[in-house]
Write a protein that binds this ligand. Structure first.
Ligand code: NIG
Ligand code: FE
Length: 429
C-alpha cells in the first residue's frame, strides 16, 4: 500500500541523518548516518520516513516532490547559543580592537556588554523586533532552523522582561524556532557598579521569580508538546563579571524556579564554571577556551554538552581557540554555535563556524556537522524533536547544493543552502 505524504524529497546524493539517542561523543561524532541516493517523506510537519530513494518511493507518494539529485539533505542547523536580540552595534569597538585594545579592556572601561545595554534599554519591543528580524532572516538562509536566544542586554527587570517579550514576538513573526534563555547576570549594570553582590541579590530575589512567571504565561510554556520550549537560566562566569559563588547562587535560584542551567564558563579565565555545570546538571557549558585538562575530564564524564564558539576567537583576532579536539578526544559531547552578538561575534553563520572549527580546532567535517545538529539540539533540550532526520521528528531539513556533506565545512564564505524545509513546509527564501 502506498502511503500519502505531503512532501517527498528524493534522489539526494547523500541524506545525512545525524541520528543519535544521546549526545554524540567519541567515535560516534564521526558518524553522520549517511544514506546514499536517499529520500525523506514528510507529513503534517513531521518526518514520516528516511531511507534509500527506491524503498521510500515504493512506500510513499506526495503532492509536492523535490528532486535533490546531485545535492545533499541534512537536518536544519540548531544554533544553541545566541545573543541575537539587541539594539545598536559595536563597530567603534571593532576599530578599537584593530588598534590594539582587548575585549576585556573595553569591557572594564565601561564599553562592551554595557554599551549594548544602553542602546537596548532605549529601544521598544517593536524596535528590538525590527532590528533582529533581518539577522534571523540571514541565519535562516544559512540553514539555521532553531536558535537559542538570550536576554542580557537589559540588566534591569523592565528591560530584561522587554527582551523576553521581543524573543516571544520574534518566535511568532518568522520561521526559526527560538528557545528563550534568561541572562540578567551577563554584566553588572552601571547602577550597581562595585556592588555586584547586591545585583546578584536582586537577580535571585526579584528578577528570576519574575522571569519564571513570565515564562509560565508565555506561549513557550503553553504550546502543544511538540512546540513547547524550555526556558534556561544563564550567567557569565568571568573576571569583571560574576565569580563562581555568584554563579552558583544565580543558577541554583533558577533551578529552584524550574529554569535549567546554562553557563558561560572559561571564555578568558578558568574560574571553575565547568565543575559547577556538571554538579548542577546544566544543559550546557559554553565557551571552554581556558578549560583545564581536569575540567575537560569532568565534562567528559558528565551528560553536559560543551558548546564551543570559535567565531568569537576569530572575531577577536585571536590565534588561540578552545581545545575542542582535546575535549572530543577526552570523550566530551561537543556542539558548535555562532554566539551571534554585537561585540564578540557578529556572525549569523553556522557553516562559517564549521569552517573555523575544522581548521583551527581540527574537527572533522562529520564532527562539525553533528556539532551543529544533533549535539546542538541536546544542548537546548530539544533533541527529542529536532537535530536529526528520523521518523516522528519535526521536519526541519536543508537541501545543500553539493553532492558531499564535507563541502559544508570545506567551502567557506558562500552559502550552499539551496532549500530550507521548516515544519514540513518548503520556505521561499
Ligand atoms: O558569549 N561572553 C559573554 N557574552 C557574549 C558577548 C556578548 C557581547 O560582547 O555583547 C559572549 O561572547
Ligand atoms: Fe554568549
Amino acid at each position: 500500500m502506498i502511503v500519502d505524504a505531503d512532501l517527498l524529497i528524493h534522489s539526494a546524493a547523500q541524506v545525512v541523518t545525524c541520528v543519535a539517542d544521546a549526545p554524540k561523543r567519541g567515535a560516534a561524532m564521526q558518524d553522520v548516518g549517511l544514506i546514499s541516493d536517499g529520500a525523506v517523506a514528510v507529513k503534517d510537519g513531521r518526518i514520516l520516513a528516511v531511507g534509500p530513494t527506491e524503498s521510500i518511493r515504493e512506500r510513499y507518494s506526495a503532492g509536492q516532490t523535490i528532486n535533490a539529485s546531485g545535492q545533499i539533505v541534512c537536518p536544519g542547523f540548531v544554533d544553541p547559543h545566541t545573543h541575537v536580540v539587541y539594539a545598536g552595534d559595536r563597530i567603534g569597538e571593532f576599530e578599537q580592537r584593530i588598534r590594539g585594545a582587548t575585549y576585556l579592556e573595553i569591557m572594564a572601561a565601561g564599553g562592551g556588554i554595557v554599551s549594548t545595554m544602553r542602546a537596548t534599554r532605549q529601544a521598544s519591543v517593536e524596535e528590538l523586533v525590527e532590528a533582529t528580524l533581518p539577522r534571523l532572516a540571514q541565519m535562516l538562509r544559512l540553514g539555521t532552523t532553531t536558535a537559542e536566544v538570550k536576554t542580557g542586554y537589559g540588566l534591569d527587570l523592565v528591560s530584561e522582561l522587554k527582551m523576553l517579550e521581543a524573543i516571544a514576538a520574534l518566535d511568532l513573526a518568522q520561521p526559526i524556532d527560538l528557545v528563550p534563555t534568561f541572562l540578567p547576570a551577563h554584566a553588572v549594570p552601571p547602577e550597581f557598579n562595585g556592588r555586584s553582590a547586591a545585583y546578584v541579590d536582586w537577580v535571585v530575589n526579584e528578577m528570576i521569580p519574575a522571569a519564571a512567571d513570565w515564562y509560565r504565561n508565555s506561549h513557550f510554556a503553553k504550546d502543544s508538546e511538540l512546540s513547547r520550549r524550555p526556558f534556561f537560566n544563564d550567567i557569565f562566569c568571568e573576571q569583571n563579571a560574576f565569580d563562581l559563588d555568584q554563579s552558583r547562587r544565580v543558577l541554583e535560584a533558577g533551578i529552584a524556579h524550574g529554569l535549567p542551567a546554562k553557563i558561560h564558563a572559561d571564555e578568558f579565565t578558568s574560574l571553575g564554571g565547568v565543575g559547577l555545570a556538571v554538579e548542577l546538571g546544566a544543559a550546557s557549558v559554553d565557551h571552554l577556551d581556558a578549560t583545564t585538562p581536569a575540567d575537560a575530564a569532568r565534562l567528559a564524564a558528565s551528560g553536559v554538552v560543551g558548546i564551543v564558539l570559535p567565531a568569537v576567537n576569530f572575531n577577536l583576532g585571536s590565534h588561540e581557540f578552545a581545545n575542542a579536539r582535546g575535549l572530543i578526544d577526552a570523550g566530551a559531547a561537543i556542539a558548535l554555535s555562532t554566539d551571534i552578538n554585537p561585540g564578540s561575534a557578529p556572525c549569523p553563520s553556522q557553516p562559517l563556524v564549521m569552517a573555523i572549527a575544522t581548521r583551527y580546532q581540527r574537527l572533522l567535517p562529520a564532527e562539525a556537522l553533528n556539532a551543529v545538529t544533533i549535539n546542538a539540539a541536546f544542548g537546548v533540550g530539544l533533541a527529542e524533536h529536532i537535530g536529526s532526520l528520523a521518523p516522528g521528528k519535526q521536519a526541519d531539513l536543508l537541501v545543500i547544493n553539493s553532492s558531499d556533506y564535507r563541502q559544508l565545512a570545506y567551502q567557506f564564505g558562500g552559502n550552499l543552502v539551496s532549500a530550507v524545509v521548516k515544519n514540513g513546509r518548503l520556505l521561499s527564501l
